[in-house]
Design a protein around this ligand. Sequence first.
Ligand SMILES: *[C@@H]1O[C@H](CO)[C@@H](O)[C@H](O)[C@H]1NC(C)=O
Ligand SMILES: *[C@@H]1O[C@H](CO)[C@@H](O)[C@H](O)[C@H]1NC(C)=O
Length: 383
Amino acid sequence: MRVSSVAIFSAIGLVAAQDCAKIPETITYNKATLPDPFTTVGGAKVTTKAQWQCRRQEIIELLSRYELGPKPPKPANVSATFSGNSIKITITEAGKTITMSPSVRIPTGGSAPYPVIIAFGMPSIAIPAGVAVVNFQPEQLAPSDPPHGKGAFFNIYGSNHNAGGLMAWAWGVSRVIDAIEQIGAAAKLDPKRIGVTGCSRYGKGALASGAFDERISLTLPQEGGSGGPGCWRVVAEMKRNGTKVEDAVQISGGDQWFNPKFAQNAKNVNAWPEDHHMLMGLVAPRGLLVIENTGIDYLGPPSTAACTTAAKEIYKSLGAGDSIGYTASNHGHCSLPANQGPDIALFAQRFLFGKAETKTEMWKTDKKFDVKKWIDWATPTLT
Ligand SMILES: *[C@@H]1O[C@H](CO)[C@@H](O)[C@H](O)[C@H]1NC(C)=O
Ligand SMILES: *[C@@H]1O[C@H](CO)[C@@H](O)[C@H](O)[C@H]1NC(C)=O
């Protein structure tokens, strides 16, 4: 795992992997409630921000190993040009070349360079005024349909590469950001103010993108449910309760979003020393607004509520409790009611327009959930 972990770490620009303890090849774990983000695999308590940096790397490694596969580092050559209303991105690695051509929508108001939201496909949230949109096409890189290993991502890295679709998509979003960094001025886009969004399967992809690229300042996963801001342990209990929810077993049955080992491990998620509160914790202390749906059991609303509550503990430990919010209501899939548009605009004010004083404490849902029973650990104030 040494080589791949170094690759992942350098891809997201963290402290060197060799400064942190290596995690063992085999981990024995069994826990029905959410794993303690503040205790390392080796059993040490995390009490400082420096220790959190290493724990964060451990969590990246765990998520990669149990679910997502590794994220390759930036390829040898990423070049971008802007013309008309699209960015042409040419990516070359080890003699193989692929291209992506996301389209760009410049806002009518505001002023250049514009903050930008990278949307998986067409955005299904109200894009705040003055924000540009770049339409990223995930399926071209890694189609959701089986088999594993098809699509442009695998044309570069080989069909046996262990990245699942979500990680391949997150890699693609990072390449779009590389491109915006290169052509930012020409395209009137500001590479320092980037958000990401997507709905449903692309809500899962948007969260993975924000988790694995620290250049993203605002992550807006919409109705990602399980595989996104939902926790596997909570949906497992919902399933045992007879609810029709997307759990780890079902999710691995067809769609190619996870690494090839995910399916065989999915029957016993209690053996995973991670869950998705820790995936969301990777976004901390950057902005994260979880947009969910309480009317669709399949998305596991109690699960996203519990999971976001646990993730908020990670934010709190870093002194950033109000940088994560939750807004959920009962509505059609991927059609956010207009009265929740201001929630997104509020987070955009702070995290895309730099209005640091904006208060973003947010917990909105039309249902009550039993969320605290999933957390049996204490939250330190990391120093
Ligand atoms: C990178 O790729 C671009 C476009 O394909 C090409 O023009 C350029 O020469 C390449 N640069 C290097 C260093 O290979
Ligand atoms: C499962 O059912 C039990 C008993 O009714 C309930 O207490 C629990 O909250 C349910 N779990 C979830 C995740 O909905």
